[in-house]
Design a protein around this ligand. Structure first.
Ligand code: RFL
Ligand code: PHB
Length: 398
């Protein structure tokens, strides 16, 4: 089989939010790039994930020229609600930090980025099979190979951006002795349900309950996203919509449960919870960004936001390189990104530990539950503690 050869400045692996946002930012800075994605556009849009954007992510999306619909349809939230012992406690994010968050789904962010990319004239290859990366050491000449439609392809680039998520090929291609993997797996998952029903409350509600954590989130005024903590042994097929709604209601205070509008699920899935950081994030001319380099449990709503800040640092480094022929920004990429990542890891781990029920056999046990109760009680009494939560929830500076 003959091979078709291509050339670009930056080869981006993965067309999730990281890859598409990087591609857009680079294109608007006059830096040529190609995005390679193993799935189809519909498959990528069918993954229901994040819902909450920090101001930093909102600003980067504006920089990428994709904020019009987000500003028209997204819902700015000034606060978030924590429920403990059947009581709702509002954390006034805006009063405590002067900032707010934007509720706008990852699916919509991805759709906006896909549309902008279509208009930019940059190449995107969907359904690229057997993607492999080669020769990314600093003195090498990076290449990416793949097959599509029975044809083999080779792309020559100056740099490779590994934006291919947790299960991608880029991190897996790095020799084991060159990378440190820090990981914590939690003994439970989240069962999520999306429905065309009005949200039960105008702000998000994070629920600590003896039956397990629950979250009432939303995508718009007519579309809701709910989660309940579930066992890792659970299968999504075993959870009927009725069983999901009944379990959610049990974990909500009666006054909230009474307002819950239920309906058929548009999507239902189980996500495991994990904290994971790879170090470093740069290997010669290969850079990892987003879920390819780190995972947070979803409790702090940080995954997509960290992907955006990684991409922001990488974009700045690449622009500096192409405009000023300086490697300083790229040399600093891993350290700058990791400094922000570890703080978001800490917050996500803390919020996960605080809000979930740990199985009897787990590390926490009865003493751990009393610690959760004491910490929550303190949180609702102390403005200082609420400020710590609020500052992290709206996002630390980039
Ligand atoms: P993605 O989205 O996984 O995209 C990676 C892309 O790479 C492709 N790929 C390959 N392409 C070519 N060749 C290969 N060998 C490839 N291997 C993989 C994949 O098909 C895919 O298209 O990673 P990215 O772009 O870094 O984006 C990260 C975010 O998706 C993720 O961090 C967030 O969704 C996490 N997350 C949340 N983040 C927030 O900031 N706020 C939230 O409220 C929030 N809620 C969530 C979440 C994640 C969840 N799940 C299911 C994991 C809620 C949930 C339930
Ligand atoms: C969501 O809407 O999917 C969502 C919101 C907040 C989180 C996690 C997920 O912390």
């Amino acid at each position: 089989m003959s091979t078709v050869t291509h050339r670009t400045q930056v080869a981006i692996i993965g067309a999730g939010p990281s890859g598409l946002l990087l591609g857009q930012l680079l294109a608007r800075s006059g830096i040529d790039n190609v995005v390679l994605e193993q799935r189809s556009p519909d498959y990528v849009l069918g993954r229901i994930r994040a819902g909450v954007l920090e101001q930093t992510a909102v600003d980067l999306l504006a920089e990428a020229g994709v904020s019009r619909r987000m500003h028209a349809e997204g819902l700015p939230h000034d606060g978030v609600v924590l429920c403990f012992d059947g009581q709702l406690h509002r954390i006034d994010l805006h009063a405590l930090t002067g900032k707010r968050v934007m509720v706008y789904g990852q699916t919509e962010v991805t759709r906006d980025l896909m549309d902008a990319r279509g208009a930019s004239g940059q190449t995107t290859v969907y359904e690229a099979a057997d993607v492999a990366i080669h020769d990314w050491s600093l003195d090498g000449a990076p290449r990416v190979t793949w097959t599509a439609g029975g044809q083999s392809h080779e792309l020559h680039a100056d740099f490779i951006a590994g934006c291919d998520g947790f299960h991608g090929v880029c991190r897996a291609s790095v020799p084991q002795d060159a990378i440190t993997l820090n990981e914590k797996v939690y003994p439970f998952g989240w069962l999520g349900l999306l429905s065309d029903t009005p949200p039960v409350h105008e702000e998000l509600i994070y629920v600590h309950h003896e039956r397990g954590f629950a979250l009432c989130s939303q995508r718009s005024r007519t579309r809701s996203r709910y989660y309940v903590q579930c066992s890792l042994q659970d299968k999504v097929e075993d959870w009927s919509d009725e069983a999901f709604w009944a379990e959610l209601k049990r974990r909500l205070p009666a006054s909230v449960a009474a307002d819950l509008v239920t309906g058929p699920s548009l999507e239902k899935s189980i996500a495991p919870l994990r904290s994971f950081v790879a170090e470093p994030l740069r290997f010669g001319r290969l850079f990892l960004a987003g879920d390819a380099g780190h995972i947070v449990p979803p409790t702090g709503a940080k995954g997509l936001n960290l992907a955006a800040s990684d991409v922001g640092y990488l974009w700045q480094g690449l622009v500096e390189h192409y405009r000023g022929a300086s490697m300083a920004g790229l040399d600093a990429y891993s350290q700058r990104a990791l400094a922000r990542i570890w703080k978001a890891e800490r917050f996500s781990w803390w919020m996960t530990s605080l809000m979930h029920r740990f199985p009897e056999t787990g590390v926490t046990g009865p003493f751990g539950e009393r610690m959760q109760q004491a910490e929550l009680a303190y949180l609702f009494e102390s403005k200082a503690a609420q400020t710590v939560l609020a500052e992290n929830y709206v996002g630390l500076p980039m």
